[in-house]
Design a protein around this ligand. Structure first.
Ligand code: PLP
Length: 458
């Protein structure tokens, strides 16, 4: 319509989009998303699209949840803002800090006691860099500065978070990483396995890349290891079950802090409130953002365990913070969201019911001629599109088969993301089994359309 075209023209004239090729965007015109309800979004031309990505891994409670809007409205009228710098605090921030520490179960008697609030995952990971270096200074080991991360990780877009991340394309722009951040390979079985290597054996070998890097850097210089429990933006890279216990053994052996970046994986996404529960690790710091408010308002932060928090507190002022650290409106929305998720048992539903059902239905897609592998963990899942199902030989990169499939998904009415030829989803946790059936049917249609394109091209 004329209205859509006018918005598209203004969009291309004025809006610099995140992670977007603007020439490709201008050629097509941005799809204008106008409203949403449940698990669906609508565009300005009236198309209904099933949101297989929960916005951007965040709308775990689904759209149209009035009580979240009402929590924001009430808090804005009562106290729209106050800072936490002037030896002041607000009730929503206090209550949320308490709630998050209570939701995060202790491991081996070690509990999470404190929260540092930010407005995003990127800021939270920047906070981690400063926080772990501060911790080691206070511990009398100031030479411990190096943070080990993984290639293909995504930890955000601020300078430190993009350095922690392992995306070569991000490092190439802007002289990253900053000093003191080094990377190891990701535990991606389908890329790095040796012939005849089982996933279990591969998981152990991949974890030991961490030990090799620690020894290379010098254990006395390593401050922390940061990783996503399941790499999300990198393509839903699900590690073998042997990986995390071995990583835990290694960080314990060298006394290195473990940072679990759960910006995607927390709040029910893997069937638990926090993803470290799924893999049985014992992080010192947990990064969160996104679904803490189901994406209704920006909020992020770092959960800090008692051992680290005590050192920070006894060490005096930590010269770090944001205007919006503990923003009362964001915290009020988070509290309402956590109430809602608890009342509807969303983590348990994913763990015991809808997650296993999604895994079963997703696995059925491997009968499609394009699909080599289908993997699921809770409510994240990935398909690998391959040229040869027997050998898993990939398509030539320049064919951009994943991007073609993504376009067919949108046209068919389902959002899937393409990371190379890995097609990934992270649907809202409120999905029923019938919703999952609808989603799988749409994905199958998009795969068929992609297959038809490829055959036409010969
Ligand atoms: N960490 C992880 C694992 C993420 O997936 C993201 C965003 O996708 C971030 C950090 C950055 O969060 P934000 O975009 O809120 O800054």
């Amino acid at each position: 319509s004329a209205h859509t075209r006018a918005l598209q023209a203004l969009d291309s004239a004025h809006f610099l989009h995140p992670f977007t090729d603007h020439q490709a965007l201008a050629a097509k015109g941005a799809r204008v998303i106008t409203r949403a309800e449940g698990i669906y979004v609508w565009d300005s031309e009236g198309h209904r699209i099933l949101d297989g990505m929960s916005g951007l891994w965040c709308v775990n409670a689904g759209y149209g949840r009035r009580e979240l809007a009402e929590a924001a409205y009430r808090q804005m009228l009562e106290l729209p803002f106050y800072n936490a710098f002037f030896q002041t605090t607000t009730e929503p921030a206090v209550r949320l800090a308490q709630r998050l520490t209570a939701l995060a179960p202790p491991v081996n008697g070690r509990r999470f006691s404190h929260v540092f609030f930010t407005s995003s995952g990127s800021e939270a990971n920047d906070t981690n860099v400063r926080l772990v270096r501060r911790y080691w200074d206070l511990m009398g080991q100031p030479q411990r500065k190096v943070i080990i991360s993984r290639w293909n990780a995504y930890h955000g877009s601020t300078v430190a978070a993009a350095s922690l991340g392992g995306m070569a394309g991000m490092h190439a722009q802007g002289d990253l990483p900053i000093p003191g951040i080094v990377h190891i390979e990701q535990p991606y079985y389908w890329q790095h396995r040796r012939s005849d290597e089982t996933p279990a054996a591969f998981g152990l070998r991949a974890a030991r890349w961490l030990e090799e890097k620690i020894l290379e850097v010098g254990p006395e210089r390593v401050a922390a290891f940061i990783a996503e429990p399941v790499q999300g933006a990198g393509g839903v890279i699900i590690p073998p079950e042997t990986y995390w216990p071995e990583v835990q053994r290694i960080v314990d052996k060298y006394g290195i802090l473990l940072i679990s970046d759960e910006v995607i994986c927390a709040f029910g996404r893997l069937g638990h409130w926090f993803a470290y529960e799924r893999f049985g690790t014992q992080p010192d710091l947990v990064t969160f953002a996104k679904a803490v408010t189901s994406g209704y308002i920006p909020l992020g932060g770092v959960l800090v365990n008692e051992r680290v928090a005590r050192v920070l507190i006894e060490g005096g002022e930590f010269t770090h913070g944001y205007t919006y650290s503990g923003h009362p409106v964001a915290c009020a929305v988070a509290l309402a969201n956590l109430d809602l998720m608890a009342r509807e048992h969303l983590p348990e539903r994913v763990r015991h019911d809808t997650g296993p059902y999604l895994a079963q239905r997703f696995a059925e897609l491997t009968d499609h001629p394009l699909v080599g592998v289908a993997e699921t963990c809770g409510f994240v899942a990935g398909l690998i599109l391959v040229r040869d199902k027997a050998t898993l030989a990939p398509f030539p990169e320049e064919w951009a088969v994943g991007m073609t499939c993504r376009a067919h998904c949108f046209d068919t009415g389902v959002v899937m993301r393409a990371v190379g030829d890995r097609m990934i989803i992270a649907p809202p946790l409120v999905m029923t089994r019938a919703d999952i059936d609808d989603m799988i049917a749409l994905i199958r249609r998009a795969l068929d359309a992609t297959w038809a394109d490829l055959r036409q091209q010969g």
